[in-house]
Write a protein that binds this ligand. Sequence first.
Ligand SMILES: NC(=O)c1ccc[n+]([C@@H]2O[C@H](COP(=O)([O-])OP(=O)(O)OC[C@H]3O[C@@H](n4cnc5c(N)ncnc54)[C@H](O)[C@@H]3O)[C@@H](O)[C@H]2O)c1
Length: 396
Amino acid sequence: MSTPGGADRLRVGIVGCGSIARAHALSYTGHPRVDLVGVVDIDQPRAEAFAETHGSTAFASRQELTDAGVDLVSVATPPGSHTEVAASLLEAGCSVLLEKPPATALADMDVLAAADAASAGSLYVVFQHRHGSGARRASRLLQTGALGTPQVAVCETLWYRPDSYFLPEWRGTWSGEGGGPTLGHAIHQLDLLLHLMGPWETVTARAARIARPVEFEDVSLGLVTFASGAVGTVTTSLLSPRELSRIRVDTTSGTLEVDHVYGYRDADWSWTPVPDPDAAARLGRDPGLPAGGGTDGPGTPLTDRDAWAASADQDRPSNHRAQIEQLVDDLLAGREHQTTLASTRPTMELVTALYASALERQTVARTDLTEDHPYYSRLDGGRPAETVTARLGTHP
Ligand SMILES: NC(=O)c1ccc[n+]([C@@H]2O[C@H](COP(=O)([O-])OP(=O)(O)OC[C@H]3O[C@@H](n4cnc5c(N)ncnc54)[C@H](O)[C@@H]3O)[C@@H](O)[C@H]2O)c1
């Protein structure tokens, strides 16, 4: 069944009834124009309990769900199953909202892109941090140049996961997770970074396994160059007790920053304009601006200092509800939703390049990541485990 532009109501389903599926179910059941038709999980008792909690029906298979007639299906299964599950739903003609990471390799991204192109439905990806009001403002103002030209970026995902987090047998392994925290955790900030900064060109990275019982990294650090000429750093860690998710963009007009952990509100964003030349002179600082100028480039007036504050609108936290409400509205209006699979490919390419650069100890360009690149099919490049261990170090 294809997406019904102009229809009154949307019929939706959920495949995978674990932790994050609850956020999908609550967003759908809280929407006045959505019917949660049914749910599916390979663990049938789990699907039944989930269906009862959310006033829906547990189906025994995806086929039964699609036969019941659904326009949109959320896929909230583990990353390694995303390609098979999402491709089969697209083949049945449904639109799909696929949890992050969309896939665990660029090769699978291309399988999904082909399934998307052949389907009556469309494939969208959950990156809820693009959809809070702060990111919407930031993206719009950066695109129009109202916040100046980005020059330097800092992107940090500094989280804490103790050894016990890796007790479930699928966690901490390439086969179970397809990658480490650069793929599984940092991908949210990396996606938002690219959403704000535009296309990236090269990455030079190092990764290390310092403390956790995992097959991949627990820390990664990268230097990124952007097509615009800007540069940035990205740091990912699971060893950071004071948790922080931060993106900072220094532009010719000021510093834009968001500082949160698992989701932001408007209050987590700040804009610090370049110092006023007169005030800076009184404080004995050199703002690096021409005397009496107060401009951030030819023809850019000082009133740009107010662009951030002036753009404030309704505060929308960056949660699943923000994206799902937008998606439902887009589909019912027959509009394309912004977070398409294609729009997330640069993010997966950046993740791929971070692994390739760290394990091969060389700079990787986005244009290097063709189908014959060793990291196109696997984020460990198909390297023997002992060489990955040698490159990353060993946990005690
Ligand atoms: N966007 C976010 O902020 C966010 C947060 C957490 C997790 N996630 C993502 O959501 C996905 C699920 O994560 P989770 O923490 O909910 O995992 P989970 O292990 O809690 O739940 C996964 C569920 O999928 C079921 N399942 C597995 N394979 C299946 C299949 N082939 N068909 C049907 N059901 C299947 C499992 O039985 C389980 O109930 C992952 O991709 C994860 O990265 C996203």
